[in-house]
Design a protein around this ligand. Structure first.
Ligand SMILES: Cc1cc2nc3c(=O)[nH]c(=O)nc-3n(C[C@H](O)[C@H](O)[C@H](O)COP(=O)(O)OP(=O)(O)OC[C@H]3O[C@@H](n4cnc5c(N)ncnc54)[C@H](O)[C@@H]3O)c2cc1C
Length: 330
């Protein structure tokens, strides 16, 4: 869709898993959908980064599958070589598959995107909504880099505090009840320390160490053992309290301190390069009880979705996207 005054049927903000899933549901039903995402690529928190010949998953590391709808999609992705089983538990084998994407976790989003584009759906990255405003007969999204989008229905999948800001900046008022519900959804921040090594790390197969919020590092991934990176590359996720308390510190200081703590997993290898990714909204502490929320129906349906509604996981984002798409069909 162009950035002129055309009014589209459904505009989706966010090409993460929830937005892409909502688009799939709506497209399957013959609705016309357009997606924008402020990121350079699709995927949102399904995030993969390259540093030279090393590849890092730095958002979601793996996912599980419980529901039949998600299973159906993941089985297709497995058949297409986009998803595979990483292991059946990180400490011990509990029989439940932990899935990953051999091309990096963005692979799942890219696969969904390719399918939607084949069906004529416009998915524009590096396209940021400045705010959301209501006109008499459509939702209007002015874009930060110029132009605008107009739509009869709107699905917003950004983290809730960002969505509230978009609505506030566009003078969209919410009922006291909805404001209170959404105001209670707070997020855990997470640092991801990316470490490129010159030799294999001390992490053992299968290359994932899952720990708790009581540990400094909540997850440690060896992207090489995992099968994502051609060369040794570690990702360390830092717990919420430390990520919060050090949020404004100089990245170089944070990296230096974290590397000291990371030494047991780096082993005898030499650190070649590091980067720090700061996720301000890594996951909701207390998701909304419903899988989507229709905030208002005037000038058209405005539906909120994302893992704040389906639960703070990859499958939660999928479930919320499905639910939001189905809500518009209903
Ligand atoms: C560090 C980390 C580790 C994780 N580990 C796991 C794990 O191991 N297993 C698991 O199941 N889950 C994990 N998760 C959670 C999982 O990644 C998320 O639940 C899921 O990816 C969320 O998808 P979403 O579509 O709801 O949101 P997102 O993926 O965040 O998508 C929202 C999109 O909206 C876009 N957007 C926001 N504002 C605007 C705007 N104004 N204009 C245009 N676009 C906008 C953003 O760019 C983004 O792409 C992890 C998350 C993080 C951050």
């Amino acid at each position: 869709m162009s950035t002129t005054d055309q009014v589209t049927d459904v505009q989706i903000i966010g090409a993460g898993l929830s937005g892409l899933t909502a688009a799939r549901v709506l497209t399957d039903a013959g609705r016309h959908v357009s997606i924008i995402d402020k990121g350079r690529g699709v995927g949102g928190r399904l995030a993969t980064r390259r540093i030279d010949d090393a590849t890092f998953d730095h958002g979601a590391q793996f996912f599980t599958v419980r529901g039949d709808d998600f299973r159906e999609v993941i089985e297709q992705a497995i058949a297409d070589g986009v998803v595979a089983v990483w292991c059946h538990g990180f400490d011990n084998d509990d029989g439940y598959p932990r899935y990953y994407c051999p091309q990096g976790m963005t692979g799942l989003a890219k696969w969904l995107t390719a399918d939607l584009r084949k069906r004529g759906i416009a998915i524009d990255t590096a396209t940021r909504a400045a705010h959301i405003e209501a006109t008499t007969d459509a939702w209007r999204l002015p874009l930060v880099d110029g132009g605008e989008r107009l739509a009869r229905s709107l699905i917003v999948t950004a983290p809730v505090p960002q969505t509230l800001q978009l609505l506030d900046d566009g003078a969209v008022s919410l009922s006291a009840e909805v404001s209170e519900q959404l105001g209670q959804i707070t997020y855990k921040p997470t640092f991801a320390l990316l470490v490129r090594l010159d030799a294999p790390s001390a992490v053992q197969p299968p290359g994932g160490i899952q720990r708790t919020e009581d540990d400094l590092f909540t997850f440690i991934a060896d992207n090489h053992l995992k099968g994502v990176s051609a060369t040794p590359a570690l990702t360390f996720h830092v717990n919420g309290p430390v990520s919060t308390s050090r949020w404004d510190d100089k990245p170089a200081d944070i990296i230096a301190d974290l590397l000291v703590e990371a030494a047991p997993w780096i082993g005898d290898a030499t650190v070649v390069d590091t980067q720090l990714q700061k996720w301000k909204f890594a996951g909701p502490y207390t998701p909304h009880p419903d899988r989507h929320l229709v905030v208002t129906t005037s000038p058209g349906p405005l539906v909120l979705a994302g893992d704040a509604f389906g639960g703070p996981k990859v499958e939660g984002a999928f479930n919320s996207g499905m639910s939001a798409g189905q809500a518009l069909l209903a």
